[in-house]
Design a protein around this ligand. Structure first.
Ligand code: SAH
Ligand code: SF4
Length: 361
């Protein structure tokens, strides 16, 4: 499935002679006005604005539905692309009293992790750079429209639908857009990946790769078990990842750029104290790292179960006894199926001429 053309593709198709700074000006305006049309972009002459309005959508994603969790700390939006495919994006209150957006990078996912709802969908298509970048614009407008102008979006995590390292160029382009046009700094952006080594290698030599944080979804320190949990695991993945982590640390490593290993705990599968011991030994072989354990969020049709609290505590204690910095992911938005790995959307029917408003109240 091919994505629609991006804004910049359309812009340069309309104005092949335009200087690149003009496109930058357009994006700057898109990120900095809460108006929803081109009429206010006074840096462009009126005739130009009219052409833009006729050929380029103001925003690449439309909201079909926004659902708020009972305790109001999480809002999930079902967004629709121009070609009528739905995906989800989540706004979560963070510890700093600000908002974190959990963005999607693809519709569905090809990696097939056995415990994940998005993986069960397969990959429909990758999102293009505007569809990723505009999730920020969407949530900014959402807050503004709900009289929350003063509330800040301070962080972005690529922990929604899809595998960001399976959509490298678009993910990178979207990150650059946020770094240029918002006040979010690179250490407030985290790319979470299941570990597509080919592209993790690529970012090491990519001069244009932004200094964002990387989180790797590990789930097991045993090659065979990881292949069962994450069937797309490549041969000798765990050893190759150790080697990669040292190369990464040599280039980007400092306290602000540690690697985080995410570890989804599946009861009876990867959560015993012996397995924690094995994980600790593995983590010690990698470069400076932290571990973030994620209690499994139930997914319909999956046979796994969530680890009991005392089991989770024991698991963390084993890692801590080895001096490993461990945090536990707070589960948010479970009541609206917006927690990690619960994101799934069926494909949307074309709206049959029905006009869907930008935002529902
Ligand atoms: N594809 C990327 C990013 C999206 S998933 C990745 O896998 O890293 C974001 C995080 O949610 C990953 O760490 C993933 O392992 C975790 N996750 C997926 N499904 C989950 C579930 N049902 N319960 C808890 N965590 C889950
Ligand atoms: Fe894809 Fe990440 Fe889900 Fe695995 S956990 S299927 S990589 S979205």
């Amino acid at each position: 499935m091919k994505p629609p053309l991006s804004r910049s593709e359309r812009f340069f198709a309309l104005f092949p002679e335009a200087k690149p700074y003009r496109m930058k000006q357009l994006e700057e305006a898109l990120f900095h006005t809460s108006e929803s049309n081109f009429g206010n972009i006074t840096t462009f002459p009126k005739e130009l604005r009219e052409i833009l309005a006729a050929h380029i959508p103001w925003i690449s994603v439309q909201c079909e539905k926004a659902i708020e969790s009972a305790n109001k700390d999480t809002i999930k939006a079902i967004l629709r692309t121009e070609d009528h495919v739905r995906f989800e994006s989540v706004l979560m209150a963070n510890k700093r009293g600000q908002w974190t957006i959990c963005v999607s990078s693809q519709i569905g996912c090809a990696m097939g992790c056995t415990f994940c709802a998005t993986g069960a969908m397969g990959l429909k298509r990758s999102l293009h750079e505007d569809e990723i970048a505009d999730q920020y614009r969407f949530w900014r407008m959402y807050l503004d429209q709900h009289e929350r102008h003063n509330e800040r979006i301070s962080n972005v995590v690529f922990m929604g639908m899809g595998e960001p390292m399976g959509n490298y160029d678009n993910v990178k382009a979207a990150i650059h857009r946020w770094l240029t046009h918002t006040d979010i700094g690179p250490t407030r952006i985290t790319v979470s990946t299941v570990g597509v080594l080919m592209n993790l290698e690529r970012l090491l030599t990519d001069k244009d790769w932004p200094p964002v944080r990387i989180a790797i979804s590990l789930h097991s320190a045993d090659q065979k078990k990881r292949e069962e949990i994450v069937p797309t695991t490549t041969p000798d993945f765990l050893n190759n990842l150790v080697a990669w982590s040292h190369k990464y640390a040599a280039i980007h490593g400092n306290r602000r750029h540690h690697i985080t290993y995410e570890y989804t705990l599946l009861s009876g599968v990867n959560d015993t104290p012996e397995i924690a011991e094995e994980l600790a030994q593995y983590i010690k072989k990698t470069s400076f790292a932290k571990v973030n354990v994620i209690p499994w969020n139930p997914v319909k049709g999956k046979v796994f179960s969530t680890s009991a609290t005392d089991r989770i505590e024991k698991f963390k204690a084993v890692l801590r006894a080895h001096g490993i910095d461990v945090t536990q992911r707070r589960t948010m938005g479970e009541d609206i199926a917006a927690a990690c790995g619960q994101l799934i959307t069926e494909s949307a029917e074309p709206p049959n001429g029905r006009r869907i408003p930008l935002m529902l109240p």
